[in-house]
Design a binder for this molecule. Structure first.
Ligand SMILES: Cc1ncc(COP(=O)(O)O)c(C=O)c1O
Length: 377
């Protein structure tokens, strides 16, 4: 028996828009292989030994400049910490900030697998109150006050404020500033995984870049380069980064993914990163546009907003669970909305990812989905 190699292998005959994975044909196999074969001999043994706790200097230096170009401000090197992806960043940050029994607030809808990571901490997850612009700062501050009055600790709020997974929505700038002002004593953990997959117009500055402290921003190379690298980074105030770097396991093992980080630094400083992300933006924009057009034509009754970036359409439907079942019978997979909520909700939404398939497959998926819709009354 062959043991599995990869997380997702698919089901014969199903176009599975339920998974937020990259199109395999868009993974940079040759450019990564070339970077490895150049970077490792150039760095010699320093590429393979234990790495500096916060990440190798080459990558930190490039990130300071790069983040300055894509976000509201450039971090100091002391405000950066290389992680093994946004998921590990969240695991690490939440393990520093929370204790079992705490309340952790999350946006709604939100990244369903972040809910799993947070649940592993033994915390109680609560949805922050939201309106059509995202998290409602005043209502959330009141909720925090009420919880504290009951003797509960509320150490953190997790949010995907830019190109949200699953909704694709981005919190407007004034709302970002209000949220930072409103949430004193609650660390905002901002998952900024999709910032660079922007298909038009400027992207709002991150909450982290607008705040002097109290926000940790999680970045990832999974969507811009490859998830198998298990590589990301976070930005936070220098004191918080020192707390992370002094964790026992970092002290023991050094940078959590040193060799990949060294190769990434080479991939980036040789211009391959920018070139690749530019190819991805064009390719994913085309996939988004194809699915949008195909759905509008085949399923005109299904409402959705066109996201300015990221990988997802958030479809408003009458009954998500039964429609997802019927769609699967016709060979198209979708994620049901309730997975992206805590405490109920999502019964009228399906998430469709346009990242994994070619435009032709996306057209076929829209066609199959339309056949699964109940006939109009
Ligand atoms: C919002 C969000 N955060 C984090 C991740 C996972 O990131 P990583 O692969 O860097 O752990 C994903 C992947 O789907 C995501 O959509």
């Amino acid at each position: 028996m062959r043991l599995p190699v990869i997380q997702y292998t698919g089901t014969e005959g199903v176009l599975d828009l339920g998974w937020g994975h990259p199109d395999p044909t868009l993974l940079p196999v040759e450019a990564w292989a070339a970077s490895t074969s150049e970077a490792v001999p150039a760095a010699g043994w320093t590429a393979l030994t234990y790495g500096y706790a916060a990440g190798p200097g080459q990558l930190l230096e490039w990130l300071t400049v790069h983040i300055g170009a894509i976000d509201g401000r450039a971090p100091e090197p002391a405000e950066l910490f290389v992680t093994a992806g946004a998921s590990q960043g969240l695991e690490l940050v939440s393990s520093v900030l929370t204790r079992p029994g705490d309340v952790v607030l999350v946006d709604s809808p939100t990244y369903h697998l972040a809910l799993r990571i947070l649940a592993d901490r033994g915390v109680e997850l609560r949805a922050a109150p939201t309106d059509e612009q995202g998290i409602d700062p005043a209502a959330t501050a009141r909720l925090v006050g009420d919880l504290r009055a009951e003797g509960r600790r509320v150490p953190m709020l997790y949010a995907v404020a830019t190109f949200n997974n699953p909704s694709g929505a981005s919190m407007p700038m004034p709302r970002r500033r209000e949220l930072i002002r409103a949430l004193e004593g609650v660390t905002i953990v901002e998952d900024d995984t999709y910032r660079e997959l922007a298909y038009e117009g400027p992207v709002p500055a991150s909450l982290w870049s607008l705040a002097s402290a109290g926000v940790v921003r999680l970045g990832s190379f999974s969507k811009t380069v490859a998830p198998g690298l298990r590589l990301g980074y976070l930005t936070a105030d220098a004191a918080f980064v020192r707390r992370l770097a002094s964790r026992g396991y970092v002290d023991s093992g050094g940078c959590v993914n040193h060799t990949s980080a060294m190769v990434l630094a080479h991939f980036a400083t040789t211009g391959r990163y920018e070139a690749h992300v530019s190819v991805l933006r064009d390719a994913y924009r085309r996939r988004r546009d194809t699915l949008v057009t195909a759905l509008r034509s085949a399923a005109p009754g299904v409402e959705f907003a066109v996201p300015g970036g990221g990988w997802f359409l958030w479809l408003r439907v009458p009954d998500a669970a039964s429609l997802a079942r019927r769609a699967l019978e016709r060979g198209v997979g979708l994620s049901t909305g309730e997975r992206f909520h805590v405490g109920g909700g999502g019964g009228h939404h399906l998430r469709a990812s346009f990242s994994m398939y070619s435009p032709a497959d996306l057209e076929e998926a829209a066609h199959r989905f339309a056949q699964a819709l109940p006939p109009p009354p």
